[in-house]
Design a protein around this ligand. Structure first.
Ligand SMILES: [Zn+2]
Length: 428
């Protein structure tokens, strides 16, 4: 490796260090993580120590990876919410980067300045089901005070034992999240230095976390211009990020959001990788102390409902009653895992979320509906190019809440017939 100094170089480097042979992030399960950690330890036992620090409700070991030998202790954890997987793979890629390039002066400096402690999958039972909550049905991130989940108790015990000077709390946010500056851009990464009280005071720890966020913003902005947001900073009494600050460990929240393409996994993994490496490097060199706080404070706030996945602009729509009208049709979608005959796959699951004038919403995908009628897809036998006889009014009717299985129709002769121009189908 030549010294990767710029975000662009790190961005490119990821392709060389990313772990091969892993499924898409949403399909990474506890056994994948376990076997990768075993491999890391076996290939560099002096570099990676792996320790079981707890068990999930269903008895899955919670693994802590330790790498580096520096005086500054950093705790990172991912997938506290089981259906928020991006950073788990990003952490594995980060470890691989450290393993492959440990002799490089910059990496060697990082490993001698920092000791990283990472729990790549804090909620493996939730990950197994691809659900937010743990197997008790509890949101682990609302359990920092009650500590009724073994996963939450494990994180608290780690914090108390290691007394890390900084924590990285790694999540995914809703694909409906836009950058709230009126640009209608997706918030691909949102950052937060969480407060430790309701009046959002600062202390030296929180200032450090803000500076780390500023470093990350500056690293990511050239790679995702206008797509970096700031997460809502209201104090949540029960959340880990907020309470860790109170307990003495300031935290940096990184929320991975939507990416404006049909294949979001890879660009989002890259952004996570660049964010983590840039932040850790700035911590290892001390450059973080010189970061400009204004670069954090001026990150535009999230607009949590500003994005839709698909917007069909300006189509003819038959609503539940009345004549056809001109409207935009907005679909919200999220990744879901489907298992058929024992094999799992990731699908996009979507439904109609908004109907009407949707000019204020951003969209991952926009379709021009001019001159076309948007209608529910009556059956999976319908194909593009089919001509349909005049459908009953009820079969053309669209409303919010319907599954996003849609067709775009062009009126053709004889009057009342339609030709199917396009099919837009999301899994139920
Ligand atoms: Zn989360």
């Amino acid at each position: 490796m030549t010294a990767p100094a710029t975000p662009q170089e790190l961005f490119a480097l990821w392709a060389d260090v990313r772990l091969q042979g892993l499924p898409p992030p949403a399909l990474v399960r506890h056994p994948h993580v376990q076997s990768q950690l075993r491999r890391l330890h076996q290939s560099a036992p002096d570099l990676f120590q792996v320790e079981e620090v707890g068990r999930s409700v269903e008895g899955r070991p919670l693994h802590l990876v330790r790498v580096g030998s520096g005086p500054r202790h950093i705790l990172l954890w991912s997938q506290m919410h089981g259906d928020e997987p991006t950073a788990t793979t990003a952490l594995l890629d980060l470890f691989e980067f450290l393993r492959l390039h440990r002799a490089h002066p910059r990496v060697a400096r990082l490993l001698s300045a920092l000791t990283l402690h990472a729990v790549p999958m804090l909620n493996p039972d939730g990950a197994e089901r691809f659900q937010r909550r743990n197997a008790q049905g509890i949101d682990v991130n609302r359990d920092a005070l009650a500590l009724q989940t073994p996963e939450g108790r494990t994180l608290k015990a780690l914090r108390d034992r290691l007394q890390p000077s900084l924590g990285f709390n790694l999540h995914n946010q809703s694909w409906r999240t836009a950058v709230g500056d009126g640009s209608r851009r997706p918030a691909s990464i949102s950052l937060l230095a969480p407060p430790f009280d309701a009046s959002r005071s600062d202390n030296p720890g929180r200032v450090l976390a803000k500076k780390v966020c500023a470093v990350i913003r500056d690293a990511l902005e050239p790679l995702a211009p206008g797509q970096i947001g700031r997460y809502d900073d209201s104090f949540e009494t029960r959340a880990f990020g907020d309470n860790l600050v109170r307990w003495g460990t300031p935290t940096v929240l990184i929320e991975t959001g939507p990416w404006p393409s049909a294949e979001p996994d890879e660009p989002l993994l890259r952004l996570n990788f660049v964010a983590l490496v840039s932040a850790l490097e700035a911590l290892s060199t001390g450059a973080v102390e010189h970061a400009n706080l204004e670069r954090y404070e001026s990150i535009p706030l999230n607009d949590s409902k500003g994005m839709l996945h698909l917007v069909i602009r300006g189509a003819h729509v038959f609503g539940e009653a009345g004549d056809a009208f001109l409207a935009d049709v907005g679909v919200a979608a999220a990744q879901a895992v489907r298992t058929r005959e024992g094999s799992a796959s990731v699908v996009l699951s979507g439904s109609i979320e908004e109907l009407g004038d949707l000019r204020v919403y951003g969209a991952v995908e926009e379709v021009d509906g001019t001159g076309l009628t948007a209608a529910p897809l009556p059956s999976r036998d319908v194909k593009v190019g089919d001509t349909l006889p005049p459908p009953p009014r009820s079969e053309l009717s669209l409303r919010v809440g319907l599954p996003a299985e849609l067709m775009l129709l062009r009126p053709v002769e004889p009057q009342g017939n339609y030709r199917v121009e396009r099919i837009l189908r999301y899994e139920r």
